[in-house]
Design a binder for this molecule. Structure first.
Ligand SMILES: [Zn+2]
Length: 117
């Protein structure tokens, strides 16, 4: 799988449980919440996993399988288009992500909760 260019988005990722900033460990394989270190998420194939496999109900498991299959088909298609078009779509995606990231405001400038109310 091609995977998400995590280095481009890790600064805007937030903990889904408490919305604090997430940081990677020294191995780069785990995202840990700065607000509560017990909130941690593995990074598998460059993709943060915010839902643990064991938390997925058997009724929903087929959706995960279908998604993974579709994602792998998509990745294969991207590689074929890369060859066919003679361009590197992953490189173009990373360039677009950098442009998008630079257009974002820091979260702290958008959310200023009033204290004591
Ligand atoms: Zn957290």
């Amino acid at each position: 799988m091609i995977g998400t260019p995590l280095s481009l988005i890790k600064d805007i990722l937030r903990c889904p449980k408490c919305f604090e900033k997430l940081v990677t460990d020294s191995s780069g394989s785990i995202l840990t919440c700065q607000g509560d270190p017990s909130h941690s998420y593995p990074i598998i194939d460059g993709i943060p996993r915010f839902v643990k496999r064991e938390e997925i109900s058997p009724e929903d498991a087929h959706w995960v399988f279908d998604y993974d299959e579709t994602a792998e088909d998509y990745d294969r298609s991207v590689l074929l288009y890369n060859e066919w078009l003679g361009i590197d779509l992953v490189k173009e995606f990373k360039k677009a992500m950098r442009k998008f990231q630079s257009s974002l405001l820091p979260v702290s400038s958008m959310y200023q909760p009033e204290r004591g109310t």
